[in-house]
Design a protein around this ligand. Structure first.
Ligand code: ZN
Length: 186
């Protein structure tokens, strides 16, 4: 686990089997995660506080299966929550659990963290990015990667013109660190 800012760490994901990066936001009594990766035990081994919930950048299996297994409550954009099974039909069984809920509003705050949510469709219909205001970290999911990479749009629900618009939106944001769903933080 690597520290990115005060109270914010990354647990890097794997390529085989494919698992997303997991970001840990440590509050006073509990942690929030950005995405859950595949393996909840691996994430928990780094934590000294319980998981209060998961903020999902989107609904792909490599970001959500860990939370499904651990039954962590999660918040996901309604655009992906509605079609969770379709999104993952080619990869893994992802039932829609009652402990996943849609976001309500675009500002999320807990303990000392203040996140603004941006709907950035293209990779999936309900992809979002979160900007943590105090640290200037942008959690960009599979919409934008480090070293100039961008999300693929050839999977179910992908849309390349929507992705282009989402990437232009991100260009206009003022952030210090890009924290993507896979690969390096930059
Ligand atoms: Zn994805």
């Amino acid at each position: 686990m690597q520290e990115l800012a005060d109270g914010i760490h990354v647990v890097y994901g794997d390529e085989e089997p494919l698992s997303s990066n997991v970001y840990v936001l440590e509050g006073k009594n509990a942690v929030w995660l950005v995405d859950s990766g595949l393996n909840p035990d691996r994430v928990v081994s780094f934590l000294s506080k319980p998981v209060a919930g998961v903020l999902f950048t989107h609904g792909h299996f490599d970001h959500v299966l860990g939370a499904l297994e651990a039954q962590w409550p999660g918040l996901m954009h309604a655009g992906d929550l509605r079609v969770l099974e379709d999104l993952n039909a080619d990869y893994a069984d992802t039932p829609k659990p009652d402990f996943f809920k849609p976001f309500s509003g675009n500002v999320l705050g807990f303990d000392d963290f203040a996140l603004e949510l941006f709907h950035t469709p293209g990779h999936t219909p309900g992809s979002v990015c979160f900007l943590e205001k105090n640290s200037g970290i942008l959690f960009s999911g599979d919409t934008k990667f480090s070293h100039g990479g961008v999300g693929r749009t050839d999977l179910w629900g992908g849309n390349s013109s929507a992705l282009d618009e989402s990437l232009s939106l991100l260009e206009r944001l003022d952030y210090r660190l890009l924290a993507p769903g896979h690969g390096d933080v930059q």
